[in-house]
Design a protein around this ligand. Structure first.
Ligand SMILES: *Cc1c(COP(=O)(O)O)cnc(C)c1O
Length: 398
């Protein structure tokens, strides 16, 4: 029995079966490389679902976490601490605010919690007679009951209803359908700039501007879920910056903490101050260690020029992959270091397994889509190492 199969058997005995049994047991990582329980090396091209933005064991993150854990690991929100204030200041600055109160942050511990906060925030801010939320088919906003009620995938939503929130789903990218749904009964629209879990599906050109306009005309809040797209993934700090729009509420998580659990709900304008004292809270939210990790992520993205690198190496990955002439590879979708290899057949599970056998971690996102979301610290050589192996990976999966 290998160390991996031994761990899998122990996992199966005591963990709930909601994930199935993961095929690889990661023991440690260094840079963009991880090693499994049996010592096999993999190039990590999924980064724990677009989370490990600095790869593994980045000295800046390690030092920030160790120093903060030694200083004070937890305060609760009965007390304030500097890291939380500093992180909020940095985020509002990246969003174009001077930090004078027009943009404000609530910290949570995950993506779904950031969206729960956003949902409560827009309900709090809405006038009487606006019970409805509009969201997109195939959208993904999280697994807790509020965020799940907004999630446009019936297979994961419907078994847990009915829900307390009246949600109307519209086809993603269809501006006419959106305009019809967003009326005087609508409190908010929840949408992703690129639908991550649906297969890294970008919004059509101009769609986010249409969402902005429809919300303005109807007096509804525009909530943009950048939990997967934010913090450099697309080659900008936030994906919406490529579309010339500003949402009313922005949610962040995944890449923000570089592997430490943290989420953020950012309110703009009247949404910055819609929560009154006592309206919301979290014991762990804004945890000092998680905030210190997020500050290390933001510093390192700046110091190592990772936005430019994500844009450039993402383009390289796309160009090299698109140049591969293989019947199983139909195309490449996405932007920056956030891509889907689009397959001509429902073979993503076979591609994921074949990639792992060749020493690459990728993610079978949909039957015909394989997600690539490496650490933002990935090098040019590492991108080329993958694209050089891709024809053999595809051939083996066929
Ligand atoms: C991952 C994700 C979430 C949920 O985040 P969790 O941390 O898993 O709760 C919500 N929205 C989007 C767009 C995501 O990609």
């Amino acid at each position: 029995m290998s160390a991996t199969t031994d761990l899998q058997a122990r996992f199966d005995a005591v963990l709930m079966p909601n994930y199935g049994t993961p095929p690889v047991a990661i023991a440690r990582g260094e840079g963009c490389r991880v090693y499994d329980a049996d010592g096999k090396a993999y190039l990590d091209l999924i980064a724990g679902i677009a989370v490990s933005a600095l790869g593994h064991g980045h000295p800046a993150l390690v030092a920030a976490v160790a120093d903060q854990a030694a200083a004070v690991a937890h305060t609760s929100n009965l007390f304030l601490h500097e890291r939380e204030v500093e992180l909020a200041e940095r985020l509002v600055g990246l969003l174009g605010s001077e930090g004078d109160g027009d943009v404000r942050v609530f910290f949570a511990n995950s993506g779904t919690e950031a969206n729960e906060a956003a949902l409560k925030l827009v309900k709090r801010a809405a006038d009487e007679g606006r019970p409805r939320i509009v969201a997109a088919d195939n959208g993904f906003h999280g697994r807790t009951l509020g965020a799940l009620s907004l999630t446009g995938k019936a297979a994961i939503r419907d078994p847990f209803g009915p829900y307390g929130t009246d949600v109307v789903f519209v086809p993603y990218g269809d501006a006419d359908a959106l305009r019809k749904a967003v009326d005087a009964t609508c409190a908010a629209v929840f949408v992703e700039p690129v639908q991550g879990e649906a297969g890294v599906v970008p919004a059509p050109e101009g769609y986010l501007a249409e969402v902005r306009r429809a919300c303005d005309e109807a007096g509804a809040a525009f909530v943009l879920d950048e939990i997967q797209s934010g913090i450099g993934r697309t080659g900008r700090w936030f994906a919406h910056q490529a579309h010339g729009v500003t949402p009313d509420v922005l949610t962040l998580a995944k890449g923000l903490g570089g592997g430490l659990p943290i989420g953020a709900c950012v309110g703009f304008g009247r949404y910055a101050t819609a929560f009154a004292k006592g309206d919301h809270g979290s014991t762990f939210g804004g945890n000092p260690v998680a905030c210190a990790a997020a500050l290390a992520v933001l510093d390192t993205v700046e110091n190592e020029n990772l936005l430019a690198s994500a844009a450039e190496l993402g383009t390289l990955l796309e160009r090299e992959a698109a140049a591969i002439d293989h019947p199983l590879l139909a195309g490449v979708r996405g932007s920056g270091l956030w891509r889907a290899l689009v397959l001509s057949a429902p073979a993503s599970a076979a591609v994921q397994a074949s990639a792992a056998a060749h020493g690459f971690l990728v993610n079978a996102l949909a039957p015909d889509a394989v997600r690539i979301a490496p650490p933002l610290t990935i090098s040019r050589d590492e991108v080329l190492e993958f694209t050089a192996a891709l024809p053999a990976i595809l051939e083996e999966a066929r």
